[in-house]
Design a protein around this ligand. Structure first.
Ligand code: EPU
Length: 338
């Protein structure tokens, strides 16, 4: 199989922040065979490699002196069922939101809370995307990947993916080592709505028994109202994780800041709304150059045009410093940086 190697490739259309970085080379990977072939391709064997899906969770701070592997593997199909669930598989290059809509059109609910999340199916497991009280890991069955150095095809089950809050094996020990080619989801036949999240409940306006389509529509409406569309205003979704602190640290903070927005966790720790912390520090709508804090959701950093990745990181650092100084809480970045 011969793969086309493109030179001096603009990544502008391949990152949702809209940074104008370039890759020395790029390859479009449209099949599993092509993914395997990259591993034995002598032209790129010793080069740094960057696997890109929709580029919706990356901050490009510089040009990339290597080869960008742009995953476009398509295909959506129902591959089986058992008494409890349907199994559906999608190619890593499928658009996530279109895939969610397709599962509902098949009459297979379960992913509706994750409507409108930017990016591709293959990127979803890397940070274990989540929204409105559902994480992708809960609906995950397995994924197929190719090891970049050997071309070996490897399947990962849920345990091997080590999913956490916006976290997985692929952000840690597995970082940069694999190209995910497809993901299999387990969609429950005994579906129950998950519509308690305040914004979603409000959008459903008291509907007694919302079906999956109603939740999908409510989530789309909430996201459209709060979160900027990257096609209009470049961004990578939440820029920081919501920090998790000990019960003791939370009590001390609450005594000083009674308004703090928090979510108790099953293990006794407490998750804090980073958007609230940043908002309280007065950052909403403010920025550095073209990089700014979104004026409707302080957890989202945006590119008003002409910002660089370095400016976004500079802004993020200023925010981190302020939040640490006022609340004694460390914010951790959510997207990956190049
Ligand atoms: N808040 C403010 N000011 C702000 C933003 C938020 O006071 O500017 C407070 C409000 O009290 C609000 C609370 O923070 O009720 C939480 O805000 P929101 O419901 O918008 O959710 P979030 O915690 O900021 C998380 C996820 C989002 C996900 C939403 C809904 C993380 C890092 N982010 O945001 O995920 O859509 O919950 O479940 O966990 C993403 O990861 O890219 C992402 C967008």
């Amino acid at each position: 199989m011969s793969l086309q190697l493109l030179s001096d490739f603009s990544l502008l259309a391949h990152n949702t922040f809209g940074f104008d970085a370039r890759a020395r080379y790029a390859m479009h990977i449209d099949s599993v065979d092509a993914a395997v072939a990259t591993a034995t391709d002598a032209r790129i064997a010793n080069m740094p490699q960057l696997v890109l899906g929709g580029g919706s969770n990356i901050v490009l701070t510089r040009d990339f002196d290597g080869v960008a592997l742009i995953v476009g593997i398509r295909g959506k199909r129902v591959i089986g069922e058992d008494g409890d669930a349907w199994l559906v598989e999608a190619g890593a290059g499928e658009n996530w939101h279109d895939f969610v809509a397709w599962t509902l059109a098949q009459g297979m609910p379960g992913l509706e809370n994750l409507a409108l999340i930017p990016g591709t199916v293959g990127a979803a497991p890397i940070q274990n995307i989540g929204a409105y009280a559902l994480e992708m890991g809960e609906r995950f069955e397995r994924l197929n990947a190719v090891e970049l150095t050997t071309g070996a095809q490897v399947a990962f089950d849920r345990a091997a993916c080590a999913f956490g809050y916006r976290d997985s094996f692929f952000k840690r020990a597995g970082r940069g080592r694999f190209m995910i080619t497809s993901v299999v989801f387990r969609l429950p036949k005994a579906w129950t709505p998950r519509a308690d999240y305040a914004d979603v409940a409000r959008a459903l306006d008291g509907a007694a028994k919302p079906d999956a389509q109603a939740i999908f529509d409510a989530v789309v409406a909430v996201r459209r109202a709060k979160l900027p569309d990257w096609k209009v205003l470049g961004n990578a979704g939440s820029f920081f994780k919501n920090p998790v602190v000990s019960a003791q640290a939370f009590e001390a903070l609450k005594a000083r800041e009674p308004g703090v927005v928090s979510y108790p966790q099953a293990d006794g720790q407490v998750k804090l709304a980073a958007g609230w912390l940043i908002d309280q520090c007065g950052w909403k709508g403010r920025g550095i150059g073209g990089a700014a804090v979104h004026d409707r959701q302080a957890l989202v950093l945006v590119n008003h045009g002409g910002a660089t990745g370095a400016q976004v990181l500079e802004l993020a650092e200023a925010i981190r410093r302020d939040v640490l100084a006022r609340f004694d809480v460390e914010l951790e970045m959510e997207p990956v940086t190049l």
